[in-house]
Design a protein around this ligand. Sequence first.
Ligand code: MN
Ligand code: MN
Length: 469
Amino acid sequence: MENEKKSQAKILQEKLVSQRKNAVLILDEEKIQKADKFCEDYKEFLDCAKTERNAVEKCVILARENGFEEYEPSKAYKAGDKIYYINRKKCIILTVFGTEPIEKGIKIAASHIDSPRIDLKQNPVYEDNEIGFFKTHYYGGIKKYQWTAIPLSLIGVIFNKDGEQINVNIGEDEGDPVFCITDLLPHLATEQMKKTLSDAIKGEELNILIGSRPFRDDEISEKVKLNLLNILNKKYSIVEDDFISAELEVVPAFKARDIGFDRSMVGAYGQDDRVCAYTSLKAILKCKNPSKTVMAVLSDKEETGSDGNTGLQSAYMKYFIADLAKQFGAEGRTVLSNSECLSADVNAAFDPNFPEVTERRNAAKINYGVVVTKYTGSRGKAGTSDASAEFVSRVRQLLDKNDVIWQTGELGKVDAGGGGTVAAYIANLNVDVIDVGVPVLSMHAPFEVTSKIDVYMAYKAFSAFFLEK
Ligand code: MN
Ligand code: MN
């Protein structure tokens, strides 16, 4: 009798109570291996896409290999055609035209390829006590102390006075020198250690160590600076003023690596949000003959609020869609109003080392699949788009139907802080939007962690969305 009662409860429990499980306990060995294999190429992508410009360049190579051609405004496109459009070398939109009329709407996956980093100021080179440095201005939400005492690379472009472009990439090749930001030795850090983490290292202290040997001459002052400028002039034919028309980004020099004895995770810089950029890119590269027109948008400037003409608060995506619509005799606003978007961005994974900032019942966990986030924002849902229950229902059915392992997740406790994604800006164009992405540990740190299974599930989610009939 006792047994029967228990099994009755068990049956009811299975029927009524949410049964989400660690994906490792759901998937067979073959599927897990597939996820691991998928992440080999993912790691390679991360290593050559550490800046938004490099990410665009890598995307173009992959797009062309997969039959995509650069968008030509005058060309007439038909179902099955595959194109890419580049905005100012920092954003890329890939499109596959569907068999259904474009005015029925587009399926958009929108991610970002900029990541928190340290930019050089426009007058960066200086010498202090016979040591050479770059002055910097950090980009995006960083914990400044995390960027000291780690190897750093310098990547970007410089335009000389004649407007010629010089590409810079130092620190990524094995034989390259790297750079770093010095920190105080603990022996003398008594006062520093009393400060709060946000004050311990100040923005103006994020100076990049770039050299120490003086120019061999007794006549002039600032000989270390002169020696450095001389080296740069020999290598790149630039002079000090050329830094004014440059965009140079300082990023962690280390490569993507497997994490753990079980190699279950990927550790790398810039996984927010190149993990969703890569998975949505892979999904569209493999998307053949979709019924609706599909689009992967890889944008810039998300980390600073999506402002500027390469951010998604600007009109570039809207104009591009309007141009496509016009070609088919449709209105851009009609297309947008019928469109759906997965805002492809990461969410915070529950970290057992910091349980106090998350609410366990509504936090995403690594290895529990792709995260669906109905709303972001902070405090009383400020700055959110808050997807409708109807749209959540649609996405839920889509993921279940395609065996995508997924979970819901909220970014931290209600009063703990918060954050936003591009979802709100795309929703402002009258598009149905929801956040779908990968949970990340140590988000915004120089070395972020994701689960390989979650990465693969993000790819499966975007594929299912694009291929849906
Ligand atoms: Mn992000
Ligand atoms: Mn971010």
